[in-house]
Design a protein around this ligand. Structure first.
Ligand code: GLV
Ligand code: GLV
Length: 328
């Protein structure tokens, strides 16, 4: 019997074509509806499948793996972040988990940079003001934001995306400091002109802080009331990683009281719900988890997820396995 793949939501065509070429049209099942799959449909859809291609809003836990049964060999997440998958449960069952790193690095850094500029220069607020017909005249004190060039950028999590963010900062003559569990090698630090500091220094010296860590127990609520108090009142916080790294209620409070200047967010604690306190803040720039959302990058992610599946099913080493210990 030919292996069967289940794709939980329509994705760009090129990846689906790779799967169809490898396994045949009848063996590639793509969920029909362009909306998050229900738990019930997910549990029913995986039964007897050899490969699962979920998106980041699908919770892939032991129950899903057990519903699939022993045929399931690979879970190919359509994302770089894989906090939606119980990797330990997959490893116990000998199931490979793969993700899509690398292809979305610059695209996500571009979005983080857009949020940084939008927050600093009050672009969202300015546009709402103009569109509401409230603009009466040029004003010496109208919509004053904060400079970006020459300021200090603090990067929380210096992985691929954090480093891409640091590269962009050079064009703006910024000083770059960062925190991370690991220190970059000396050559990379030099090339990026980035200095590793402790969290206290990052909080107190940064004019912009951009978050680029994965969601882990130790990064959950890494930014809360205490951290906002330690930041400059002129500082902006940017988050394109995962929502629960930031305590949204505390952030809304810090924005409302002027403890920090502004925030640019792509991710939220309870997507797609947005904390009402954030919704009420003019100085919060809020976009709907579009970090990797370009035609080019979503296409590459589609191919990459498919290539990971094809490799595992063929008994080859998938390009992006996060639990390589299962590969025999
Ligand atoms: C997007 O958030 C991703 O992890 O790919
Ligand atoms: C993701 O690609 C990261 O390591 O930042």
């Amino acid at each position: 019997m030919s292996p069967v793949v289940f794709v939980t939501r329509p994705i760009p065509d090129n990846g689906v074509r790779l799967l169809v070429d490898a396994f045949g049209e009848e063996n590639v099942v793509v969920s029909k509806n362009d909306c998050p799959i229900s738990r019930e449909d997910l549990l029913a859809g995986v039964v007897g499948k050899d490969a699962l291609l979920p998106i980041l809003t699908d919770t892939i836990d032991a129950a899903v793996m057990d519903a699939a049964g022993p045929s399931l060999k690979v879970i190919a997440n359509y994302a770089v972040g894989y906090n939606n998958i119980d990797v330990d449960a997959a490893t116990e069952r000998g199931i490979a988990v793969t993700n899509t790193p690398g292809v979305l690095t610059d695209t996500t850094a571009d979005l983080a940079w857009s949020l940084l500029m939008t927050a600093g220069r009050r672009i969202g607020e300015s546009e709402r003001y103009l569109r509401a017909g409230r603009w009466q005249s040029w004003g010496p004190q109208l919509m004053l934001g904060t400079d970006i060039h020459g300021k200090t950028l603090g990067i929380f999590g210096m992985g691929r995306i954090g480093q891409a963010m640091a590269r962009r900062a050079q064009g703006f003559g910024m000083r770059v400091i960062y925190t991370d569990a690991n220190r970059l090698d000396a050559l990379s630090e030099k090339a990026l002109q980035a200095t590793k500091v402790d969290i206290r220094t990052l909080l107190s010296e940064s004019d912009f802080i951009s978050i680029h860590c994965p969601l882990l127990p130790e990064t959950t609520y890494a930014f809360g009331a205490e951290e906002f108090r330690a930041m400059k009142p002129t500082a902006c916080l940017i988050n394109t990683s995962r929502g629960p790294v930031v305590d949204e209620a505390a952030l809304a409070n810090a924005l409302r009281t002027g403890e920090i200047f502004a925030a640019g967010l792509d991710v939220y604690e309870e997507e797609p719900a947005i904390h009402p306190g954030l919704m009420a803040c003019e100085n919060a720039v809020l976009v709907p988890h579009i970090g990797s959302a370009t035609v080019e990058t979503r296409g590459k992610m589609s191919e990459m997820a498919a290539a990971n599946i094809v490799a595992v099913i063929k008994g080859e080493t998938p390009p992006n396995c996060v639990n390589p210990e299962v590969l025999g």
